[in-house]
Design a binder for this molecule. Structure first.
Ligand code: AMP
Length: 433
């Protein structure tokens, strides 16, 4: 499926194109048609699945179709989020996806002066993205008018529960019109959230997508601890002597992608890069050449790689580790599809070790270390295990095909069924609590 098949209004579709989203993610494909039809939705999905656009696009579309007044107006859509970071991110998505529609969004959270937020509301907005606490403050001061709200989103409802906001959330809901379009998203469904959902949603469509923290079992993962300056020679060597015939190489930056590409071509390994600075036709051409086997390597940035569908990709190389652990799962999910075996090889320099730790925490796997290669080192003991991680480094010998093991001492689910995320992400939630 492609976005143009979703019947979104032209200015919304234009923004999708500018964002370089080509194919809807599974949650978007499943959710958008129901929301466009005005159905309530109960979505079980985590961050990283594309859930924000799954609700933002249909909301923007519907507000646009209702007509966007100018000047002072009361907001019609209310999005409640547990943290200021999430509110800021969701608000930014509304701004970018709504930029051709005239729809205005206010982003509201505590910990900063309320003056500019109150002024934005006074001047007129269509969408309010807010944390519950600050909204209650503004409501108490009669600085926000919720009487026109016809759309309500509860985002990361389980986090709102964890953070003790459920009472505030219920109070807010009691102050908005009952005749409305409602959606609730939550990564897990504890009892309290299920009963909240039952109370606020009318005949909802239930949608669940797999958590992004589970890499497919058919992917053999490994990591090389390597000096930053030697990553290039290591890649060339793996492509020439290490059994990697063809693959997708991920670079964190566009500039880096071009550099890797030049280096590979200079070493006689046909490659091309796709990233945001390349025109759509150049990207298509590179992808087609890769699919036809004319290129051995396609180097891509994360944004450019989203949405590209290459069947039977045997190898993924993380030349740089991604900043966001979920991105690792997206990247390696490009191989090992449809039951085929795939390998995901990661290069980790000293500056990336904390990223590796975050990834291992997210996926609950200790990624086997390749230490046999002359350029590869072993991680010094301080790089793993020192921060309370339960992952023991596992040295790897000759066997190149052994699968990564789930660390048995680390139960991914606690009583409430919540995946344990103890890395940066959860710290972020804590900080903003
Ligand atoms: P979310 O799960 O909403 O936090 O989204 C995760 C990331 O995926 C964000 O950086 C979005 O900009 C990006 N994204 C969302 N939908 C798509 C799509 N259909 N194609 C490519 N990227 C997307």
């Amino acid at each position: 499926m492609i976005f143009s098949e979703l019947n979104l209004a032209e200015p919304v579709l234009r923004a999708v194109t500018v964002e370089k989203y080509t194919t809807p993610s599974p949650i978007q494909e499943q959710t958008i048609p129901h929301l466009l039809a005005g159905k309530d939705v109960l979505g079980c999905a985590q961050t990283g699945t594309g859930k924000t656009a799954a609700f933002a696009l249909p909301i923007i579309h519907r507000l646009y179709e209702q007509g966007v007044p100018r000047g002072r107006r009361a907001p019609r859509a209310l999005i409640l989020a547990p943290t200021r970071e999430l509110a800021a991110q969701v608000g930014a998505s509304f701004n970018s996806l709504g930029k051709f529609t005239g729809i205005k969004t206010a982003i509201i959270f505590g910990g900063v002066g309320q003056g500019p937020q109150a002024a934005a509301l006074r001047n007129g907005v269509d969408v309010v993205v807010t944390t519950p606490g600050r909204l209650i403050d503004l409501m108490n001061q009669r600085l926000v008018d919720l009487r026109q709200i016809n759309t309500l989103v509860l985002d990361e409802a389980d986090h709102m529960l964890d953070m003790g906001f459920i009472h505030d959330v219920k109070r807010i809901i009691s102050k908005i019109p009952g005749e409305r379009h409602t959606m609730l998203f939550s990564a897990t469904m504890p009892k309290e959230i299920a009963s909240l959902a039952a109370a606020v949603l009318k005949n909802p469509v239930n949608i669940a997508v797999a958590a992004v923290s589970s890499p497919v079992e058919t992917v053999t993962q490994s990591v090389y601890h390597v000096d930053k300056a030697k990553k290039g020679i290591l890649l060339v060597d793996l492509l020439k002597n290490g059994g990697i015939k063809t693959g997708l190489v991920f670079s964190r930056t566009k500039h880096g992608a071009d550099k890797i590409c030049r280096m590979l071509n200079a070493a006689g390994i046909q490659s091309d890069a796709i990233h945001g600075n390349k025109s759509q036709s150049a990207r298509k051409q590179a992808l087609d050449s890769f699919k036809r086997g004319k290129l051995r390597v396609l180097v891509a940035t994360d944004i450019a790689a989203r949405g590209i569908d290459i069947h039977a990709l045997p190898h993924v190389v993380n030349y740089d580790l991604p900043d966001v652990p979920e991105t690792y799962v997206h990247r390696i999910g490009r191989t090992g599809r449809a039951g085929r075996q795939g390998t995901a090889v990661s290069f980790c320099d000293v500056s990336e070790r904390s990223l590796l730790r975050d990834i291992e925490r997210l996926i609950s796997i200790s990624i086997p270390i390749e230490s046999d290669h002359p350029l590869a080192g072993t991680a010094p003991s301080e790089s793993r295990g020192s921060s309370g991680s339960s992952f023991a480094p596992r040295r790897r010998s000759g066997d190149n095909r052994s699968s990564a093991h789930r660390s048995s001492g680390h139960d991914r689910r606690n009583g409430g069924g919540r995946p344990q995320r103890r890395g940066k992400t959860q710290d972020r939630y804590k900080k903003s609590a």
